[in-house]
Write a protein of this length. Structure first.
Length: 298
């Protein structure tokens, strides 16, 4: 059973942070916010994290925080679009194996690329091994029977338990709070898991209600659906997989994945506040700076 927002946040000395975060009551009354997609030809999950209403009636600024899938396949037209965002920093959360497979980001002049890998717990390597085997029996043994979804849950636990992952998350949140960095775009390979957890955490710390933060997380399924279906069809037509639906749990985001990370927060730290303050090492002044920059006064 996933924890309530209040149960995750409640801890001794957390009043300062609690005052800047939504309660379950405010989450139920939050307004729907249209997600502002950045349409590109070489990436499908590129969005502005601005526009969300906070529990106290403010809105997250547009044009300062973006999330996306990898940017290695951008077209020249995409580069022009990206240049128009005025990005100062692009944070790449992929591990070297992923960068070697898909390629380095293709960026316009201006933004500073920052390599800040967050481990995928071996997900990419396992997926490549399963597909590369061309063996339907082995693929079923590796991915079938709920094993793919269970593996995804393990990936999400590492966002909480792995110290290097926590360091990368903290550094990215500090960059978002730093006006010298300019507008920041963060991404991994598909822009859904490592990027999804970081974005959920950012929106939560900014006081965006749970319903909206979770909707942003789950929206990757909508933005990626057509592309992911083409990938599965290509695997089948190319003779690599007889049952490409085995990889659906790896392609999707699911509420159970997010809830697994939140349950691990409870197990490891007792509350979201302690995960942020002890696990990530973020001080209240840094959280205040993040909110001051990204959530303007009403």
């Amino acid at each position: 059973m996933p924890l309530s927002r209040r149960a995750l946040l409640t801890t001794t000395g957390a009043a300062a942070l609690l005052s800047a975060l939504p309660t379950e009551a405010s989450a139920r009354t939050s307004s729907t916010t249209a997600i502002r997609q950045i349409p590109l030809q070489g990436a499908v999950n590129v969005r502005d994290l601005g526009g969300y209403a906070t529990y106290d009636g403010r809105r997250v600024r547009h044009g300062l925080a973006y999330r996306s899938d990898h940017l290695a396949k951008l077209t020249d037209a995409d580069l022009t679009t990206l240049a128009g965002l005025g990005l100062g920093t692009v944070v790449d959360l992929r591990i070297p194996l992923e960068v070697g497979y898909d390629g380095a980001d293709r960026l316009p002049a201006g933004p500073v690329p920052v390599a800040r890998p967050i481990t995928d717990h071996g997900l990419f390597g396992q997926l490549m091994a399963a597909i590369g085997s061309r063996d339907p029996v082995r693929q079923e043994e590796m991915l079938g029977g709920g094993r793919a979804a269970a593996f995804m849950c393990e990936v999400y636990r590492t966002f909480v338990t792995d110290s290097a992952n926590r360091d990368a998350l903290a550094a990215t949140l500090r960059d978002l709070a730093d006006p010298r960095r300019g507008p920041l775009l963060l991404h991994c390979t598909s822009g859904k898991d490592r990027t999804g957890w970081t974005s959920w955490l950012l929106l939560t710390l900014l006081g965006v209600p749970e319903s909206s933060a979770r909707a942003d997380y789950l929206a990757s399924n909508t933005f990626r659906a057509a592309y992911d279906a083409r990938v599965r069809e290509g695997l089948k037509q190319g003779g690599l997989m007889q049952n490409p639906d085995l990889i659906v749990p790896l392609q999707e985001v699911r509420a159970e994945y997010l809830d697994t990370a939140l349950d691990q927060v409870r197990t490891s730290y007792g509350s979201l506040f302690r995960y942020v303050s002890v696990g990530l090492g973020l001080e209240l002044r840094e959280l205040a700076a993040l909110r001051e920059r990204l959530v303007p006064e009403a």
